[in-house]
Ligand binder design. Structure first.
Ligand code: ATP
Ligand code: MG
Length: 459
């Protein structure tokens, strides 16, 4: 139960608890060590005092030139009483020879082993030393030196109270400061959450504030910002694609509507208008079907639902097939293959054929009659190179990098009259990507164009 409360607590609370716990532990250990150290030191000192006084007494009793008799009251007068030290001297028969004025302890003399003892009597802490002395002047004398540790204990008590107060203040401060600091440090996370809540498909403009310090939270914030950038790009290109597609469809629909109106007005009687309209409608419908087919292909490609059935096949067979078909359709160009190396490739037969058709269609479209179209394939360094080259009008240098973009046509007018939508090469690129291939374009205006696909053979 308690554990789950901690588990579900905010990170700032958790950090504070851990921090406060560690800090308090350190404080407690320090205080304990200080207290016990002081106590030990005070004991040692008291011990030394008692021993010293005992030694002084022994010397004084043994001193034969002593002016004062052992029995004289003043014998003990010059011994320090400020230090809470009291002395009692006994003879062999346990009779008191002499004692300090305020001596009121009752400590037995049964053991005299020259070692200080600790005693608790009537809530008093005492330290005492019993010594037996065989003196020349007075025979056997028992010396008892007692020190009352009252001052020492009250010092320790005061120290304890001060330490306890300091510890308490320290703990409270560690909790308060810990909470404030961790809260402040985790503030960026709150910011990130708030910004993320505001971000939606319709509002990808917001970005998370990136703070100056180069820490993990800054990395998180910039990673998220980069992600939003990519999302925004994807959404932008998606909506661009939709608007381009609608734009492309608008033209054939307008044309079909125009012919329908023509038919409506004149077509019933005018045979020429009828035939013209039917031809026009058929052509535009075909264009539209073509366009929709391509759009569908790209949409499936984007959604990763395009079916790709890869298997091993002979590429030279495919090229022969495409070559034959092209020759059948197009009689206006010289179409042939100079080199068609036999190679087994792993891929989707239909898609690769479609890709080659896209290049060949372009070559046919953009090469004047009697021009040459060459389809070659060769193997080099474990890679297969398929090239479709023509002697056509070529692509301007500045446009080469864009020809694979969707709906991109070099010159709107020169493509339009040939029925180009600018989608062919973007489909070809998608097919090459799916096969891990690269398409290279070599082109010069007025001389010709080559599309070269490089495919890996290692698979
Ligand atoms: P679609 O193929 O969709 O019917 P398209 O042929 O215009 O239309 P892409 O195949 O993508 O579109 O080609 C893009 C543009 O690149 C073409 O419009 C054309 O300007 C240029 N292009 C492509 N291949 C050649 C080529 N062999 N010779 C000259 N220009 C070319
Ligand atoms: Mg094309």
């Amino acid at each position: 139960m308690k554990l789950s409360i901690i588990k579900n607590a905010k990170i700032s609370v958790k950090l504070t608890l851990i921090y406060a716990f560690m800090f308090s532990l350190v404080l407690l250990i320090l205080s304990t060590v200080t207290l016990y150290g002081t106590k030990y030191f005070l004991y040692k000192q008291a011990d030394k005092q008692v021993n010293d006084i005992s030694t002084v007494l022994t010397n004084k009793i043994n001193d034969e030139t002593g002016e004062l008799s052992l029995y004289n009251k003043d014998f003990l007068a010059d011994l320090p009483s400020k230090e809470n030290i009291s002395i009692r001297l006994l003879d062999n028969n346990n009779n008191i020879i002499n004692q300090s004025r305020d001596f009121n302890y009752n400590i037995k003399f049964n053991e005299t082993n020259d070692k200080t003892k600790h005693l608790e009597q009537k809530e008093k802490h005492l330290i005492y030393l019993n010594t037996k002395l065989d003196s020349k002047n007075y025979g056997v004398v028992y010396i008892q030196v007692v020190k009352d540790l009252e001052n020492e204990y009250s010092f320790i008590k005061i120290l304890f109270v001060f330490l306890a107060i300091a510890d308490f203040i320290g703990m409270v401060a560690s909790i308060v400061l810990g909470y404030i600091i961790s809260k402040k440090m985790l503030n960026p996370i709150d910011n990130i959450t708030k910004t993320a809540e505001n971000i939606s498909v319709n509002n990808l403009k917001e970005r998370i504030e990136v703070n100056d310090s180069d820490d993990e939270l800054k990395r998180l914030a910039s990673t998220l910002n980069n992600m939003i950038d990519r999302l925004q790009k994807a959404f932008d290109s998606q909506s661009q694609f939709v608007s381009d597609a609608s734009h492309e469809l608008r033209t054939p629909i307008a044309v079909i509507q125009g012919y329908a109106n023509l038919l409506d007005r004149w077509g019933k009687n005018d045979k020429e208008a009828l035939e013209k309209s039917i031809y026009g409608i058929k052509l535009e419908a075909e264009n539209m079907a073509n366009l929709v087919e391509k759009l569908l292909f790209l949409a499936k490609g984007d959604a990763l639902t395009q079916v790709v059935e890869k298997k091993k096949f002979h590429l030279n067979k495919l090229i022969d097939e495409v070559l034959e078909e092209t020759k059948l359709i197009d009689k206006k160009h010289n179409i042939f293959s100079e080199e068609n190396e036999d190679a087994d490739i792993y891929g989707d037969y239909k898609l690769i054929k479609q890709m080659l058709r896209i290049f060949i269609d372009n070559s046919i479209k953009f090469t004047p009659d009697e021009g040459t179209i060459t389809i070659n394939s060769m193997v080099k360094n474990k890679s297969l190179y398929i090239s479709v080259s023509d002697t056509g009008i070529g692509i301007p240098k500045d446009d080469i990098q864009n020809v694979f973009d969707r709906f991109y046509t070099v010159d709107k007018s020169r493509s339009k009259e040939k029925g180009g939508t600018g989608l062919g090469l973007s489909i070809a690129k998608w097919i090459a990507d799916v096969h891990g291939g690269i398409i290279e374009v070599v082109s010069e205006e007025g001389i010709g164009t080559s599309f070269i696909v490089k495919l890996d053979l290692s698979e």
